[in-house]
Design a protein around this ligand. Structure first.
Ligand code: SF4
Ligand code: SF4
Ligand code: SF4
Length: 381
């Protein structure tokens, strides 16, 4: 059996207790029942057996996962463990939650199923994440309280922050201090927004203006380079880019993989299969198939014209300016959903190309500087 890992983004529910302005999900209120879950997981595990893959990583996302009760997750955990054991596979679980519904009642499940760790989303300043009919300050109050509560219970809380126009205005120093000093978070990642899902006034402002975005990311990289290690703080994507340019093994975000169809797949509560959570509910014409309707996952993936279009993208981008880019082997033209939601086609490079180029050059230079500062190997006499 091979040692490869299969990553599954599983959306067990499309209910959510929030109404964020740049949400791309079609939140139809559905969830998967515990009698249907083993059917779906069984087909995924059978695919691993057929491909000789040892490990399944399930990234649980919504909607909002914590609109299901902790007892649902305990039972799901047992069902999945039994199905994996019967097939000689290992399953690792990761949790992405907005933490609005978090309470200590979740601590047992988070410890047993998620290795006492959660990832949440928190922007600064927050202008677009809110509960229906409430303002963003209400959301921040609940989230900050729950992050502190979870951390006091020993849970590691990682944060994904999406930059917005106000983030670029306040600058990197305040942004960094908010997460590290005000919240005590020691691992966060900054993502770029894209206008996925149904259009609205906020999404029409995207993508963000390049010059300000580049300035912010470079400043944040510098703040992290100067203080991150001393503070014991990890900030993505800078930490992994520094590792990459230092020649170390790096775990880069999916936007910079060779072809994201090689690395993950997403399934929603209806059994729809698509490239990732950015596609599965919002773009039916780009789904790969339905796992409740199709016989098995391997046949579904192999026979999907929608998936084939994703697979053609890396080669198609070589017809454009990516072919002459110094960072092609790292970036591969960037993220398909960012290209699609801005340009209306998969066959364009990522609209944040200029940011990526600037960031790659900056982190490459930082890696070179660090290598020069490293003491020479001691001479042997
Ligand atoms: S972005 Fe996430 S938390 Fe916000 S409304 Fe969408 S699914 Fe809910
Ligand atoms: S479409 Fe973009 S976000 Fe989705 S898996 Fe591919 S690279 Fe990642
Ligand atoms: S940085 Fe830009 S030009 Fe270079 S590979 Fe990425 S998208 Fe293409």
């Amino acid at each position: 059996m091979g040692s490869r890992v299969f990553s599954l983004i599983l959306l067990p529910t499309l209910r959510c207790n929030a109404a964020c302005d740049y949400c791309f999900e079609d939140k139809d209120g559905s969830w998967i029942t515990l009698d249907r879950l083993p059917v779906l997981i069984g087909k995924v595990l059978d695919h691993l057996v057929a491909k000789g893959i040892a490990e399944l990583q399930i990234h649980w996302q919504g909607g909002e996962v914590m609109t299901l009760p902790p007892s649902w997750f305990s039972q799901a955990h047992d069902l999945i463990d039994a199905a994996a054991a019967a097939r000689g596979r290992t399953v690792i679980h990761a949790l992405q939650t907005n933490m609005i519904g978090y309470s200590p009642a979740w601590d047992g499940v988070i410890r047993a199923m998620f290795d006492n760790s959660v990832s949440t989303s928190l922007d600064y300043p927050n202008h677009y994440r809110h509960r229906r009919g409430r303002d963003p300050a209400d959301y921040d109050r609940i989230l900050q309280r729950n992050v502190r509560l979870a951390r006091s219970a020993g849970i590691e809380v990682q944060v994904i922050a999406v930059a917005n126009p106000a983030t670029l205005e306040i600058g990197a120093e305040r942004f960094y201090r908010y997460f590290v000093e005000a919240l005590g978070v020691d691992s966060f990642q900054v993502n770029t927004p894209f206008p996925g899902g149904q259009a609205n006034a906020v999404k029409r402002l995207l993508p963000l203006e390049t010059e300000a975005l580049v300035r912010f990311f470079i400043e944040l990289a510098n703040v992290w380079l100067e203080r991150g290690e001393a503070d014991g703080v990890r900030v993505g994507p800078f930490d992994e880019l520094l590792r990459y340019f230092s020649g170390a093994h790096a775990v880069l975000p999916c936007i910079w993989t060779d072809d994201c169809t090689n690395h993950l797949v997403a399934i929603d509560p209806h059994g729809h299969v698509a490239q990732c959570d950015c596609w599965v509910t919002s773009y039916p014409e780009h789904r790969f198939g339905n796992l409740f309707a199709d016989a098995d996952l391997g046949t579904l993936l192999a026979g999907s014209p929608a998936r084939e279009r994703f697979r053609q993208r890396p080669a198609a981008l070589l017809q454009g300016d990516c072919i002459a880019c110094d960072y092609l082997a790292l970036c591969h033209g960037g993220c398909p959903v960012r290209a699609f939601t801005v340009h209306g086609t998969l066959f364009e490079k990522d609209p944040y190309c200029a940011l990526y180029r600037a960031l790659f050059a900056h982190m490459n230079a930082a890696a070179v500087r660090r290598a020069r500062l490293r003491p020479e190997h001691p001479k042997t006499q």
